[in-house]
Design a binder for this molecule. Structure first.
Ligand code: CA
Length: 396
């Protein structure tokens, strides 16, 4: 204890058993543990790592300790050192996580394998654009096929007002060298330095649902002749399904500003989250052919033939991104809000489910486990040692 920094001593003595701590070591490694105890005789911390192993750390080797303020201490760190991660997908024991600059990381237990995309159009990473949503094909285990949404440039080198930034949905295949472009499902989706939408999900009907942003042209969210501010529906081959609401159109719903969350409930209901203009963020139930109001109505405002949100944030800002539906609840990742919100559908109640890890980007729920990625490395957050991370939280 004599050689231990006095502040560190005081901090350690206040940590309660069961608290999640992230320890930075002099060797520049970081490790996250569930704290058990501190032994003042040998000056060592005892804790449990994400694999359930008991770890003993000599405090003389500790540079710093971050004590998590999580309300939910039942969480594990699955991966660290992610680079601006955007979406989580999972197949058996492997996670596939997109990173905005244009890579996909496979995480299997403690192994991380980062692969590039080999494309006919480069991923354009600027502002909120880049490699965004991803889903694995239903037959991924056999074909290694997946679908991604990414920003690209039609021409030129820099962003020009309402200029040449676009988005597209493509099918890619995993190979040893990287993820190789296979087919283009839809390109020329309006893009901008912000408001690119970008979440994609496969529905129970095996069709692909895609969120697009208004690309900073708000009024076009109401225009059924453009793809600004819409939720699209297409077959896995990129065709327009014959039962889409508008003839010969990908549009499934419209009047959106910048939806980045999309998820299906077990009963097939579709939910989405979107960013409001100044606060007034929204959670919506998405129904075929409906108009969600932007920019005509915001918050709880109403208008004939427009759908007001299931819930909206009022004067608070969540900046909601990915969501996942589990039983009666929608779990929404908050960027600015830095929390996971839990919205109970039947009673329309909202509460903070998890916080204390900074900005959060996407959520995936499987087998009663909630997985979340942080978003602290894109220049808008305050990265900590190990950021960005993939965390696992056990649902009660
Ligand atoms: Ca709305």
């Amino acid at each position: 204890m004599k050689s231990l920094d006095n502040c560190l001593c005081k901090l350690i003595s206040r940590i309660e058993k069961g608290t999640s701590i992230t320890v930075s070591l002099a060797s520049s490694n970081t490790i996250t543990l569930t704290f058990i105890k501190f032994n003042p005789i040998n000056g060592c911390i005892q804790g449990i790592d994400s694999n359930g192993h008991i770890i003993i750390i000599d405090c003389k080797k500790v540079e710093s300790i971050i004590v998590s303020q999580n309300r939910n201490t039942d969480r594990e760190e699955i991966a660290t050192q992610l680079q601006i991660p955007w979406s989580i997908t999972k197949q058996r024991n492997s996670f596939y996580i997109t990173e905005r600059a244009g890579t996909i990381v496979q995480i299997n237990k403690k192994n991380m394998n980062r692969k590039k995309l080999i494309l006919t159009r480069q991923v354009h990473h600027e502002g909120e654009g880049g490699l965004l949503g991803m889903v694995l094909a239903p037959d991924f285990h056999r074909t290694r096929n997946a679908y991604v949404y990414h920003t690209y440039q039609e021409n030129g080198n820099t962003f020009q007002e309402n200029g040449n930034i676009l988005n597209r949905v493509i099918q890619i295949t995993e190979t040893r060298q990287g993820w190789v472009e296979k087919t283009v499902l839809l390109d020329k989706i309006p893009g901008s330095i912000t408001h690119n939408g970008g979440r994609i999900k496969i529905g129970p009907d095996r069709h692909l649902y895609v969120t697009t942003g208004d690309a900073r042209e708000a009024e076009k969210a109401q225009d059924l002749q453009t793809l600004h501010g819409k939720i699209l529906r297409m077959t896995l081959e990129g065709k327009i399904p014959s039962d889409n609401p508008f003839p010969n159109s990908y549009i499934y719903s419209y009047g959106h500003r910048n939806p980045q969350g999309l998820g299906f409930a077990e009963n097939g209901n579709l939910y989405s989250s979107e960013h409001g203009p100044a606060a007034h963020d929204e959670i919506n139930q998405i129904e075929k052919g409906k108009n969600y109001g932007w920019p005509v109505i915001i918050g709880d405002e109403t208008s004939p033939n427009m759908v007001s949100p299931l819930y909206q944030s009022g004067d608070d800002t969540w900046a909601p991104s990915g969501l996942s539906v589990h039983r009666d609840a929608i779990y929404v990742a908050g960027l600015r809000g830095q929390q996971i919100l839990k919205f109970s559908i039947s009673i329309k109640n909202i509460e903070t489910f998890f916080e204390g890890e900074g900005r959060l980007r996407d959520i995936l729920i499987e087998d009663n486990n909630l997985y979340v990625i942080t978003n602290n490395t894109d220049g808008r957050g305050s990265p900590r040692p190990g950021d960005d991370r993939l965390l696992k939280i056990r649902l009660k």
